[in-house]
Design a binder for this molecule. Sequence first.
Ligand code: SF4
Ligand code: SF4
Length: 136
Amino acid sequence: MFSDLGPDDLFECQMCGECCRGYGGAYVGPGDVRAIAEFIGEDPETFRDRYCQLSGSRPLLAQGGDGRCVFWDHLCTIHPVKPRMCRQWPFIRAILVDVRNWRTMADSCPGIRADAPEEAVLRVVREKLAESGAPA
Ligand code: SF4
Ligand code: SF4
């Protein structure tokens, strides 16, 4: 049952930018730093200094004056190289920890189909994590 539902049946981004608002969302690992720095034509040190904030010792993308990620400008301006967390949304590991997180996330993300069957959500999240090589 529900085996025919795929990612596009569960989520369709509305480009509202709500998930790009607020502090703490997008961690950047060393590979992200290299990729984003190259994409925007900066060296990695300059990218970290200008576009990241530290959370402990881990860099995450800084916020601009509007409270959104510095790379949001009506759409994600670094879409091809956006960090893993942004690429995986909303098929993230937290759903496997507690599937109710799907509906909680839907409260702030209008692209998420809140009433999607939990079996389908869990299956698609597992498939997407496996595809991306992330630990499930
Ligand atoms: S909050 Fe959801 S619908 Fe809006 S931009 Fe982010 S992923 Fe897309
Ligand atoms: S990198 Fe792109 S998708 Fe991720 S928070 Fe910034 S603007 Fe949003």
